[in-house]
Ligand binder design. Structure first.
Ligand code: DX5
Ligand code: ZN
Length: 214
C-alpha cells in the first residue's frame, strides 16, 4: 500500500518542516488539497504556498483539486511539476479534454469520485487515466468519518480497471486509519490518503505511515 499524507492536517505555521518530516518518514506522495470555497465549503491553498511545499518535498506531489474551474487551476499548478493532478468528475463538462490537457503538460491525470458517484460514470474514461481517486468522506475537511460504501465501490471499480486499463491505480481519500486499511487493501486499493491519522498520531509520523503499509 502506498501512503499519501494530506498536508491539510499539518501545522501550517511550520509547513516546510512538516513536509520535510513526512517525506523523511516513509511516505510515497505528498497529497495537496486545493479548495476554492465554491465546489466545497472550505478554502485552502494556492500556487504560492504549494510552490513552497514543492521546494522542500522530496516525494512527488499529488494535487487534489476541489474547485469549480478545473482547467484554470491546472494552469496554476502545472509548472510545479506534480506527479498527479486529480479533478472531480461532478464538476467537469469536458473531462476527456481536460485529461488530454493534463497529460500534454507532462502530468499524470486522475479523476475523483464523490461518495455518491458510481464508478460506471467514468467507465469510458478509465483507459485514459493513471489513477482514480475515490472519496470516502464528503470533500472539504480533514478529520471526518470514513464512509464504508467506498469498499464495494472500489471492488466494482477494480473490475472495470481490469477490463479497460490494468495499470490505472485506485486511491482512497478520507477517514483512512489502521482499522479500515485492510478492507481497503482487500478491495484492490493501491494508494491511501491519510491526513488526521498521520498528523495526529501519538507515536509520530513514521509509526503512523508504516502502520498503514503493514
Ligand atoms: C478532504 C480531503 C482529504 C482530507 C483527508 O476533502 O480531500 O485529503 O484532508 O483527511 P483525513 O484523512 O483526516 O480524513
Ligand atoms: Zn484530498
Amino acid at each position: 500500500m502506498l501512503v499519501a499524507p494530506s498536508i491539510l492536517s499539518a501545522d501550517f505555521g511550520k509547513l516546510a518542516d512538516e513536509v520535510e518530516a513526512i517525506c523523511n518518514s516513509g511516505c510515497d506522495l505528498v497529497h495537496v488539497d486545493v479548495m476554492d470555497g465554491h465546489f466545497v465549503p472550505n478554502l485552502t491553498i494556492g500556487p504560492v504556498v504549494v510552490s513552497a511545499v514543492a521546494k522542500v518535498a522530496t516525494k512527488p506531489l499529488d494535487i487534489h483539486l476541489m474547485v469549480e474551474n478545473n482547467s484554470f487551476f491546472v494552469d496554476l499548478f502545472a509548472s510545479l511539476n506534480p506527479r498527479y493532478i486529480s479533478f472531480h468528475i461532478e464538476e467537469e463538462k469536458h473531462p476527456h479534454r481536460l485529461i488530454e490537457k493534463i497529460r500534454s503538460l507532462g502530468i499524470k491525470p486522475a479523476i475523483v469520485l464523490n461518495p455518491h458517484t458510481p464508478p460506471e460514470a467514468i467507465e469510458f474514461l478509465i483507459s485514459e487515466l493513471d489513477m482514480i481517486l475515490l472519496m470516502s468522506v464528503n470533500p472539504g475537511f480533514g478529520g471526518q468519518k470514513f464512509i464504508p460504501s467506498v469498499i464495494e465501490k472500489a471492488k466494482r471499480l477494480k473490475s472495470l480497471i481490469e477490463k479497460y486499463n490494468p495499470n490505472c491505480l485506485i486511491e482512497v481519500d478520507g477517514g483512512v486509519n489502521d482499522k479500515n486499511i485492510s478492507l481497503l487493501k482487500e478491495a484492490g486499493v493501491d494508494i491511501v490518503v491519510a491526513g488526521s491519522y498521520v498528523f495526529n498520531h501519538t507515536k509520530g509520523y513514521e509509526y503512523a505511515i508504516s502502520s498503514l503499509k503493514r
